[in-house]
Design a protein around this ligand. Sequence first.
Ligand code: HEC
Length: 176
Amino acid sequence: MLRQRTIFFTAIVAVVFSVVLAQDRAIAFPWSIDMYRGEAVQPLSVAPRVMPKGTVSTEGAEPPMSRIASMRLRNPLPSTPGNIDMGHKLYDMTCAPCHGATGKGNGPVRHVLEIPPANLTGDAVTGMSDGYIYGTIRDGSIVMPGYGDALSPTERWEIVLFVRSLQQSQNATAAK
Ligand code: HEC
């Protein structure tokens, strides 16, 4: 008698469970996949929205490009006192700690660096193209970290203008 009852109840429970599980609507059971069965759009089930024509990024993002490929980029900014001044401010904040206020590679954190920061007014960097310096600011160098996430393309070009003005003023002084 007890065995028959157990079989009977087990069968009822099994029937109830299979009816509940057969539902494809969200009915809060089984709880583990309840959210999955909801009305939400599944990842990648809809193609990503295409950007409307003429959309301009608010972050000034640019297509991915290596430092070497950046060598050929031209500085779109004119070398005006205003742009150089802006570059000077950004340089003091971002580059001067390592490269020093005058670009000689002797900034205040120089003593903790294993590898010395480059002299930005030396022949090597003076001979580099604007695009290469721009790409170095964005991606970093061998041990120098990149500042692509901290400086917009315009800000990087402004720094390039300031580095050029440092080189010019120091080379002019050296020639005297
Ligand atoms: C944390 C320290 C540090 C900061 C900050 C830093 N640099 Fe450097 N930079 C270095 C070191 C070290 C090197 C030399 C080793 C190397 O090439 O990685 C270097 C090398 C360079 C070079 C030469 C690259 C080459 O290919 O030889 C340039 C140009 C340069 N830095 C520009 C900048 C500019 C511009 C900034 C500011 C946006 C800046 N750096 C910020 C540490 C730094």
